[in-house]
Design a protein around this ligand. Structure first.
Ligand code: SF4
Length: 451
């Protein structure tokens, strides 16, 4: 009797816990699409699980310890129960690989982000030989070829779609080149097929993912070509992409904002610091002037385009002048929806052993930056009050009496819509706002002008 029949008969349930970025979310969904083929069912209740999969993130401090802590929690939960098969996937699995199996015997399998297409065979071997397994080869071509034969059934109103993986930039603070490998761009038509399948199954917005998404280049097809091709898919309403590097904001990509009808006017472009000195120390390969040139060129095309970004505060060598330059840049560009963190030394990176800035100073600087980012967001949201926005409705709001959606700027909007509005773009008059959310009323008279 084949493994699938066996597992089906045993009604195997998998619980998947995902840490980290949108790409880990995409990977977790695709992992489930794969193990479903051998009879696994998904459970949201980890106590019911026969298989416990942790999809891990390695981007910040204590990432590794967080995984062992989580395994410790699983051990307690299953103390008086049948031990589930425990799989650690994602970037910590890639960075730590067989060390994890040695350090924590409760773990049965370690699978890297470029090897999860092998999960069914690894599970099969585990069942047949009770052999612990580690799979951390970098093989994105084989992975995506395998995935292209398995339907992406995790489509939601707004769906992620990985188009590029890995990175060749080697910023001195970042582990991604080591945990996700060299830059790899998926075949153009393979992406289009997956996009069509998602839209045929109800997706209205596609968010194109890559660690360096604007470095996408497959046989001369660049991100600009992909956006213009994907937006031809009827039924698709919105296109977004993340995460970009300023160095790859090429002219053709900026030009797309002139022609595209579905590309949203929010550009997520991490800058990390406002100081050229720090950008050099980080090996970011661009200057602040080059960054502002991108900003100016996009604003010339559409003055309503807004920017969001990532900031690392307290990078080794950052002095008051450097910090002031970061703060001034945040005020100048008026970034919205942005992320900011204190520098976290990552093992194996160039910056791993650099002398840290006094923690107290870093904390004070982070607080100042976050207050300014919050202020930018509040100001932007206040300006939208009494305006009418196009909102893509994603689902019912928590109170189940209203609905939740997002504006063109990814800002959350809650309003008095109906379940039947889910999946639609609805004009909403904004009545109130706070830092993270806009509250409004559905406009039934469609002649109302949309902001
Ligand atoms: S470009 Fe981004 S993913 Fe690549 S090394 Fe730099 S921070 Fe990491």
């Amino acid at each position: 009797m084949g493994l699938k029949k066996n597992l089906n008969k045993m009604n195997q349930k998998i619980f998947i816990k995902t840490f980290g970025c949108q790409m880990n979310e995409y990977d977790s969904n695709r992992i489930f699409d794969i193990v479903k083929k051998i009879g696994f069912h998904k459970t949201e209740n980890y106590e019911d699980a026969n298989c416990y999969l942790l999809n891990t993130c390695h981007i910040r401090d204590k990432a590794k310890e967080k995984v062992y802590h989580e395994i410790g929690r699983v051990k307690k939960i299953f103390k008086s129960k049948i031990k589930p098969m425990v799989i650690v996937a994602g970037c910590v699995a890639q960075a730590e690989n067989e060390e994890m199996l040695k350090r924590e015997p409760y773990i049965d399998m370690v699978i890297g982000p470029q090897s999860y297409h092998k999960i069914n065979n690894t599970i099969k071997e585990y069942f047949e030989k009770k052999k612990k397994k580690e799979e951390t080869e970098f093989d994105p071509t084989a992975k995506f070829d395998y995935l292209s034969k398995i339907k992406n059934n995790s489509g939601k109103i707004s769906s992620f779609l990985t188009i590029q993986e890995g990175c060749d930039k080697f910023c001195h603070f970042c582990v991604v080149p080591y945990t996700r490998g060299p830059e790899y761009s998926r075949p153009f038509n393979q992406i289009l097929d997956e996009a069509k399948f998602l839209v045929d199954n109800g997706t209205k917005e596609i968010i194109l993912l890559g660690q360096n998404v604007n470095a996408y280049d497959n046989e001369g097809n660049k991100l600009s070509n992909l956006i213009l091709e994907i937006e031809k898919i009827s039924g698709l309403e919105r296109v977004r992409y993340t995460t970009s590097h300023p160095k790859d904001m090429t002219e053709d990509l900026i030009e797309v904002y002139k022609y595209s009808k579905k590309l949203m006017p929010l550009v997520h472009l991490p800058v990390q610091s406002g100081s050229n000195k720090i950008l050099n120390l980080m090996n970011r390969k661009h200057s602040i002037n080059e960054y502002l040139e991108i900003f100016d060129n996009l604003k010339k095309i559409n003055a309503n385009i807004e920017f969001s970004s990532d900031f690392i505060i307290g990078y080794p060598g950052e002095d008051e002048k450097d910090f002031k330059e970061t703060f001034d840049l945040i005020k100048k560009v008026k970034f919205i929806n942005s992320y900011s963190f204190i520098f976290s030394p990552r093992p194996g990176t160039v910056a791993a052993d650099l002398k840290l800035i006094d923690k107290k100073i870093s904390m004070q600087r982070l607080e100042k930056v976050q207050n300014q980012l919050f202020h930018n967001q509040m100001t932007k949201n206040r300006l939208l009050e009494n305006k009418t926005l196009n909102v893509l409705v994603e689902n019912l709001a928590e109170d189940k009496t209203q609905v939740f959606g997002r504006s063109e700027y990814m800002t959350s909007v809650i309003f008095n819509g109906k379940k039947s509005d889910i999946g639609k773009i609805v004009p909403v008059k904004i009545k109130q706002s706070n830092r993270s959310t806009l509250f409004g009323e559905k406009i039934n008279n469609l002649n109302q002008k949309v902001a």
